[in-house]
Each structure stands twice: as structure tokens, then as C-alpha cells.
Design a protein around this ligand. Structure first.
Ligand code: COA
Length: 172
């Protein structure tokens, strides 16, 4: 079982088979799913996806929870390459607390850079997902490539270390 990751007003816990329904609900929401890969509404398929993830040693699929243990979103580390990790499956429910986006981004970087010791991160964002593209730019992530659909970003530990003190109030 993967570790819990504790933030200021949220924490991450590893996904369980029983989260399949919550994940489908989140990922098939018409508004939330506009800029992410298509998810089937088939609960058995989702359970199968979670079961195969649970075999992985290098991936981390977390449910984001508030401190009352309520599930409020998901976030995932996957496609790890040497010293770089990819993160995504980042979705928050509409009733997530206001700071949950910033807190969850900080927490995934803290965990991956400091606990897992990766030096870099790579991830892609749909060009039309303007709010999320801007979010990553504000953190100092660099666009290193693009195609018709996506921007490809990179982010390194040194940039995060410079930014982190400004966000201290969102950290535990
Ligand atoms: C991706 C997702 C989790 C981001 O959460 P979000 O709440 O939309 O994130 P926001 O950019 O609105 O940030 C939340 C708040 O923090 C603020 N904020 C964000 N980055 C900030 C920064 N660097 N400094 C200060 N404030 C910041 C925002 O202004 C916003 O404040 P507001 O509520 O007063 O407007 C959410 O949009 C979502 O679930 N999207 C659907 C799935 C998706 O597209 N995922 C990404 C795939 S790549």
C-alpha cells in the first residue's frame, strides 16, 4: 500500500477498488471531462483499471480528501522516466474547498520531489484547457513542445524550490 500524504487542509490516500463509482462520476461530468481523456461509464472497467494500477510499484493514484475524509478529487503520478515523473488525472469536485487546487499541486510536488526524489516533472495539458495551462505557467512550468491538441510542459525541482516559500501558507 502506498503512503498517505498529508497537507494543510487536504490529504492524499491511495485509490481503492471501491472508489470506482466516485471516479466515474467525476470523470464523466460534462464540464470536468471537457479537456481530459474519455472515461467509460462502465463500473467494472473502472474497477479493472484500478486493480491493474494497484499492481504498479512506480505509479501513485491518489484520491484527494478533505480532513473529514470526504473524497474531493483525484491526482496521479505515472509514466515515470529515470529522474522525471508525469502527473495528471487531476480533477476536483465542485464542492472541493477553494484552496484545494493549489494545495494538491504543492502536495504532489512535495511528495514527488522530496519523498520520491525525482528531479523533474513532465506533463501535458490540452491547449483549450486555458485555466489549467495558466495555472502551470504561474508555477513556472515551461512549455517544451506542442501539437494540435496539447502543450507539453516540464518543471524542475530547482524552480519548485524557488517558488515554494511564496506558497508557505498553503502548506502544513
Ligand atoms: C484542474 C483542476 C483540479 C484545477 O482546479 P481549479 O479549482 O479549477 O483551479 P484554479 O486555477 O481555479 O485555482 C483555484 C483558485 O486558486 C487560485 N490560484 C491558482 N493558482 C494560483 C497561484 N499560482 N497563485 C495564487 N492563486 C492561485 C485561482 O485564482 C483560484 O482562485 P479563485 O477560486 O478565487 O478563482 C480543476 O479545474 C478540474 O477539476 N478540472 C477538470 C479536469 C481537468 O481539466 N484537469 C486537468 C487535466 S490536465
Amino acid at each position: 500500500m502506498k503512503p498517505y500524504v498529508l497537507g494543510k487542509s487536504i490529504f492524499f490516500r491511495e485509490v481503492m477498488i471501491e472508489d470506482a463509482e466516485f471516479i466515474i462520476k467525476l470523470r464523466t461530468d460534462p464540464e470536468k471531462s471537457r479537456h481530459i481523456s474519455v472515461t467509460s461509464g462502465d463500473i467494472e472497467k473502472q474497477k479493472g483499471f484500478i486493480a491493474s494500477y494497484l499492481q504498479s510499484q512506480t505509479e501513485y493514484y491518489f484520491v484527494i480528501c478533505d480532513l473529514n475524509r470526504r473524497s474531493i478529487g483525484t491526482i496521479r503520478i505515472y509514466d515515470v522516466r529515470d529522474n522525471s515523473f508525469c502527473w495528471g488525472s487531476w480533477i476536483l469536485a465542485d464542492d472541493a474547498p477553494r484552496n484545494a487546487a493549489i494545495e494538491s499541486a504543492l502536495l504532489i510536488y512535495d511528495f514527488a520531489f522530496f519523498s520520491l526524489h525525482y528531479q523533474k516533472s513532465h506533463f501535458d495539458v490540452r491547449k483549450k484547457n486555458i485555466k489549467v495551462v495558466d495555472f502551470h505557467k504561474r508555477f513556472g512550468a515551461l512549455i517544451v513542445g506542442e501539437d494540435d491538441l496539447n502543450y507539453y510542459f516540464e518543471y524542475d525541482r530547482a524552480t519548485y524550490l524557488n517558488l515554494r516559500p511564496k506558497y508557505q501558507r498553503y502548506l502544513p
